[in-house]
Design a protein around this ligand. Structure first.
Ligand code: P6P
Length: 341
């Protein structure tokens, strides 16, 4: 019998139950973890949405481990994710861009087998100017027979992720997720307060005419990046024989979501401003989750020289060069790097 519910919609909960039951893609505790993170993203969305009305804009007057000034919403978002996740019994530990050391689960709570890493509010420079920002998260399984959780427990390559996702707090609020069975997008029904599946198996076109990079850094780039961007700028008159368009939101979540939606290539390469740093973006809770998502959507992600997911981390907050998106473009930029090498 047909249900009377108009345009039957799939909730995040139903999707996850189906992933657990039919696809056998996830365990019950991972399902719980994802639901808790998704619920925390709803709470962050509410705080982001209040903005000046709740006095949550502007600086918190503190610095994070990266030496960056923390915004009030950075701290609020980090606290929301920490408080939501520490009591459920699904985690062995947490790590955040906003915290220098890992967060161990307090002894008063049971511990689980998963490690959660996150950038609680990515794109903070856009908070006060009302441009889309978001949350990025990555889930690893804690190493077997690990004993006490230490920073070393988290230093696993991106290929070891069991789930990754992000939320974008924009004109609509979306939650994009992969558990290794494709990439799926949920839109927040703000009246019901529920995540509704709005796109399954998102795929990134292999070809594109759109690139994303902060052009103001051009004089600092390495030759392969300069060569690649110069060719795009020549458009029809150059070796690419077609014109390209440029976008740069300065919120990775927004740029990556656009690429997932209509293709494109995103670059944040290492440059000469800080030659001792391999890039600006962080491997464990920005590049790895986004690379897992991009690859699951048929795209590619490298640091110019190797697949990002293969990078073996040596520090929790280490940085990495990021080139990700439409496969053909990522392959070309990477080839230019290997040719130069
Ligand atoms: P820039 C935001 O601070 C972020 O970490 C990413 O979300 C974004 O892609 C990048 O930095 C923007 O950096 O140097 O253009 O401000």
């Amino acid at each position: 019998m047909k249900t009377s519910v108009p345009n039957r919609r799939t909730s995040l909960t139903q999707f996850l139950v189906e992933q657990q039951r039919s696809a056998n893609a996830i365990q019950p505790e991972l399902r719980l973890l994802i639901e808790v993170v998704a619920r925390a993203c709803k709470a962050i969305a509410v705080n982001v949405g209040k903005g000046a009305l709740a006095g949550v804009l502007g600086s918190a007057g503190t610095e994070n481990v990266q030496g960056e000034t923390q915004k009030k919403l950075d701290v609020i978002s980090n606290d929301i994710l920490m408080e939501a996740n520490e009591w459920g019994g699904h985690l062995a530990g947490m790590a955040s861009e906003e915290m220098e050391t890992i967060h161990e689960i307090p002894n008063r709570y049971p511990k689980g087998e998963y490690l959660l890493l996150f950038d609680p509010l990515d794109g903070s420079s856009n908070i006060d100017v009302n441009v889309s920002i978001g949350t990025i998260f990555s889930v690893l399984k804690a190493p077997e027979a690990m004993g006490e959780v230490t920073e070393k427990s988290f230093l696993l390559a991106g290929t070891m992720q069991v789930a990754a996702g992000y939320a974008v707090y924009g004109p609509t609020t979306v939650f994009v997720l992969t558990v290794g069975t494709g990439v799926h997008c949920f839109t927040l029904d703000r009246e019901m307060g529920s995540w509704v599946l709005t796109q399954s198996n998102m795929m990134i076109p292999e070809e594109t005419q759109e690139f994303a990079i902060n052009m103001s850094n051009m004089r600092h780039w390495e030759p392969p990046v300069k060569r690649y961007i110069d060719e795009l700028l020549l458009g029809k008159t150059g070796p690419r024989a077609k014109d390209f368009n440029m976008r740069w939101v300065a919120s990775m979540v927004a740029d990556v979501h656009r690429i997932l939606t209509r293709g494109g290539v995103f670059l944040y390469p290492r440059d000469k401003r800080e030659p001792d740093k391999p890039g600006k973006l962080r491997l464990m809770y920005e590049a790895n989750p986004m690379s897992f998502i991009v690859e699951q959507a048929g795209g590619a992600a490298t640091n110019g020289r190797q697949r990002i997911l293969d990078v073996q981390p040596s520090q929790l907050h280490e940085r990495v060069s990021v080139i990700l998106g439409s496969k053909r473009e990522v392959e070309l930029v990477t080839r230019y790097h290997t040719e130069t090498a």
